[in-house]
Design a protein around this ligand. Structure first.
Ligand SMILES: *Cc1c(COP(=O)(O)O)cnc(C)c1O
Length: 295
């Protein structure tokens, strides 16, 4: 799977929104319009493993708006693997833009009840030996190792703080794994009350990184996963107008809001150099009514 790393760049935030802190955004969203930024990294080694094991297909799990599902479909198509998506919930008469894109990339979709979806082991047993299973959200050691390469795409050694959004925490585990000793890694959870996140992240870290400190914030979910009240939409418009930065409703808008809030509260030393990882996800905005956003 070829990473179009030449498209990734750093964007400096220059407006007054962030209390004069030095902040750059690592624009992983520029990799591809549909395949969200961090997903390339998280899928890389799983796809490689499937190919090495001579598997013919990949099966993975997600909801109707899952960035992981569409990224897996695209990555499989590129790698010459079949793809199967186990989708939570009833099949709707109008499939989400995410699922439509996944199907376009050749993914076979299976809709299962919420109950059956919880029982992933049973689902997995229904696949033959030629199928390689990837967890929901790409949560795996392979995913963590791929995400460890995010900080190598561009020289990021001078940053004191690296701040990212968390779903499963796989990307953050990779960032912790790859961080230099002087760098603090901070995660903003996109889920409400995700109390297992810290231990989920630790489980992915190699033995010698288990004691590595990191910080998580759980108060920037705006009501819960994928919830997007009008104040969040207003914030996204403001970011676009003042910084020319597009964000998504599930992850990166909440991440940027958290950074603004922490900067306003002077939570960092004034000499800090912050790096925000823009992990992509913009295709998810297609689920909003048309013209909700100016980008
Ligand atoms: C999937 C996703 C995340 C969450 O990544 P995890 O590794 O599951 O924590 C964050 N941001 C965007 C845009 C995503 O699509």
């Amino acid at each position: 799977m070829q990473l179009p790393s030449n498209k990734i760049r750093l964007q400096q935030l220059g407006s007054t929104l962030f209390n004069s802190y030095a902040i750059d955004v690592l624009r992983l969203d520029l990799i591809h319009p549909v395949v969200s930024g961090n997903k390339w990294f998280k899928l890389k080694y799983a796809i490689q493993a499937a190919l090495q094991l001579n598997k013919k297909a990949i099966a993975t799990f997600g909801g109707a708006y899952s960035n992981h599902i569409v990224a897996a479909a695209y990555a499989c198509k590129q790698a010459g693997l079949q793809s199967i998506g186990i989708i939570r919930g009833e099949k709707s008469t109008t499939p989400s833009p995410t699922l439509q894109a996944a199907q376009q990339y050749g993914m076979q979709l299976h809709f299962v009840s919420r109950e059956a979806f919880k029982n992933k082991e049973t689902c997995k047993q229904s696949f033959d030996v030629g199928t390689y299973c990837i967890n929901e959200g790409g949560y795996s050691t392979e995913g963590m190792l791929g995400a460890s390469e995010i900080l190598q795409v561009i020289d990021t050694s001078s940053y004191t703080h690296i701040i990212c959004s968390c779903g499963t925490g796989t990307m953050m585990a990779g960032l912790i794994n790859a961080a230099l000793p002087h760098q603090s890694i901070i995660g903003i959870s996109a889920l409400k009350g995700h109390t297992g996140l810290e231990s989920d992240i630790k489980k992915l870290l190699p033995q010698h990184k288990q004691q590595q400190p990191f910080t998580l914030f759980h108060d920037y979910h705006f009501g819960g996963y994928a919830k997007h009240p009008p104040i969040l939409i207003d914030w996204m418009k403001q970011l676009w107008q003042q910084e020319n930065l597009p964000t998504d409703i599930v992850y990166t808008s909440k991440l940027l809001y958290a950074v603004k809030d922490l900067c306003t509260k002077n939570s960092f030393d004034k000499n800090s150099k912050l790096l925000i990882v823009h992990s992509g996800g913009l295709q998810g905005n297609q689920s909003l009514p048309i013209n909700t956003l100016p980008f």
